[in-house]
Design a protein around this ligand. Structure first.
Ligand code: XMP
Length: 318
């Protein structure tokens, strides 16, 4: 009879035996898997776990600062790295979704490798890989770990990839990971976070990325996500976000004609991301969200709601 608490206890002991006094590096993404993996390792080896959290400039509004604070509060030995400009430079002028993903994966590895070099005597690379990642050879979810895996074959391995790998969640499903996280005292707001793609807002800005577009999308996204939380809808939705469309349309404000951006709201129900249905959010909620985005977010004059299910659509637009 599997219980989260006994899994945690056994796993902590095994990690201690396996790792001893060695040092371990782990990339945190803010997501559930890497956070729970970090907490297990922290319990096992304390400050010999070195966590790295990279700001790629493609996270949600204020997310980097808030999550970094939370990790510190949880007692993790963590370094936050502001690499925004490196990512924006690599993405400049690039509109192709797959090339954007590759650029982000490449820069992430470069940044992580630079940071890992700052640390001495590291023997292990920890990853938040979970069982579904193990069975699908190419993972569709997860942040740093997924990025690392999908770039395994890109010639000349960075030094950190020569490290021994430790994956404490390798045999767990998502719901089990959440339960283990709860047993370890992780807060509900962290455990209940919606999945968020590794390439972040880059794949929710259709076309090329600029820091201005990121800021605009962050504002619109924050209105939607805060609204879902306030309305008690956040936990009923599997994943939600806003997409910045490469479309300007005519609007009117006062006596003025406007010609500004359109954004799409996306909210889906799903169990594993493989299939998904659009959520029938209340009209009143959609109306309020639309008004608030158009009033608050300069540069947006039109909001649409995505009513496509997967398949044949996908959750993300890129
Ligand atoms: P799609 O759009 O394929 O998304 O229906 C399914 C799930 O995967 C996430 N996703 C990604 N996650 N890197 C990631 O780490 C990616 O490149 C990526 N693309 C999609 C998406 O957010 C959803 O949860």
């Amino acid at each position: 009879n599997w219980t989260a608490a006994s899994f945690a206890e056994t796993s902590i002991q095994e990690l201690r035996d396996k790792i001893g006094n060695d040092k371990v590096v782990l990339g945190l993404s803010g997501g559930v898997d890497s956070s729970v993996a970090a907490m297990l390792l922290k319990e096992a080896i304390g400050d010999n776990l070195y966590c790295i959290f990279v700001d790629n400039g493609l996270l949600r509004k204020n997310e980097f600062e808030q999550v970094l604070e939370q990790y510190k509060f949880l007692g993790l030995n963590i370094k936050g790295v502001d690499a925004k400009s490196r990512f924006y430079e690599a993405l400049a002028g690039e509109s192709d979704p797959e090339k954007k993903r590759k650029a982000i994966g490449r820069v992430f590895i470069e940044v992580f490798d630079d940071e890992a070099h700052e640390l001495t005597d590291i023997s292990w690379l920890a990853q938040g890989t979970i069982y579904p990642d193990v069975i699908e050879s190419v993972s569709a979810t997860g942040g740093p770990s997924a990025t690392i895996k999908s770039h395994h074959n890109v010639g000349g391995l960075p030094d950190f990839m020569k490290l021994k790998i430790v994956e404490p969640l390798r045999l767990l499903f998502k719901d089990e990971v959440r339960r283990v996280g709860k047993a370890l005292g992780l807060p509900d707001n962290l455990l209940g976070r919606h999945p968020f793609p590794g390439p972040g807002l880059a794949i929710r800005i259709l076309g090329d990325i600029t820091p201005e577009k990121v800021r605009l999308l962050q504002e619109a996204d924050a209105v939607f996500i805060d609204g879902l939380k306030k309305a008690g809808l956040y936990d009923k939705v599997w994943q939600a976000g806003v997409i910045l469309l490469p479309v300007q349309s005519v609007g009117v404000m006062g006596d003025e004609r406007t010609y500004e951006n359109a954004v799409a709201l996306r909210a889906v129900e799903s169990t594993d991301g493989m299939t998904a249905d659009w959520v029938h959010l209340p009209y009143e909620f959609l109306a309020k969200t639309s008004n608030e985005i158009i009033n608050k977010v300069k540069g947006v004059n039109r909001v649409v709601y995505d009513i496509s299910s997967k398949p044949p659509a996908t959750i993300e637009w890129e």
